[in-house]
Design a protein around this ligand. Structure first.
Ligand SMILES: [Mg+2]
Length: 185
């Protein structure tokens, strides 16, 4: 199968890599800013109250992450339950443009092989293009399944949801893309 042209996809989970939601609860993690947002999907989770009474969701975002992601030799794509709401609520806070997103036919479903619910969908969506997938929930069985079912190179990069993306993760992503372009050339 010919290798598709262009940089690899960077499939970005939000909660965990960009929002370290289990970091210390009482103070903003170093380098991060606290934001309060009210996406429609968050309001919909509180069916017991009228929308105006739903409290906003607290988010920690590191404003350096947007420019650092854009500096990587990738085509970034939201790969998150936020879907298009990431463009509305997160891209402006991170200094990112609107990004494409992986649409989910369903979310949080069980998988007969114990895969993450995103795995089969994102491989189908990638349609043979090389990708790196950054997620706090990706497991070794996902990486194995992807290696067996995706016809192009793929990197799975687990991120600790207590910490979020670290400088070493950006280095690893840059190296992988360099190796990939070297192997194509
Ligand atoms: Mg996550």
């Amino acid at each position: 199968m010919p290798r598709p042209a262009g940089p690899p996809l960077l499939l970005l989970d939000v909660d965990g890599p960009l929002v370290p939601y289990t970091a210390t609860p009482d103070r903003t993690p170093e380098g991060y800013l606290t934001h309060w947002v009210k996406p429609a999907s968050w309001v919909a989770r509180h069916r017991d109250r009228p929308p105006q009474d739903v409290p906003p969701l607290r988010l920690w975002l590191n404003p350096a992450h947007g420019p650092a992601l854009l500096a990587l030799p990738y085509r970034p794509v939201w790969c998150t339950t936020w879907q298009d709401e990431a463009n509305e609520h997160l891209s402006p806070l991170l200094g990112l443009p609107r990004l494409p997103y992986v649409p989910w036919p369903s979310m949080h479903h069980g998988d007969p092989d114990g895969l993450h619910w995103k795995t089969r969908h994102l491989v189908a969506w990638a349609a043979g293009r090389p990708f790196a997938w950054v997620d706090d929930e990706v497991e070794p069985q996902d990486a194995e399944w992807i290696a067996a079912h995706h016809p192009a190179p793929a990197l799975t990069l687990p991120v600790d949801h207590r910490v979020g993306l670290r400088p070493a993760d950006f280095v690893a992503l840059a190296r992988w893309a360099e190796d990939l372009s070297g192997s194509v050339a």
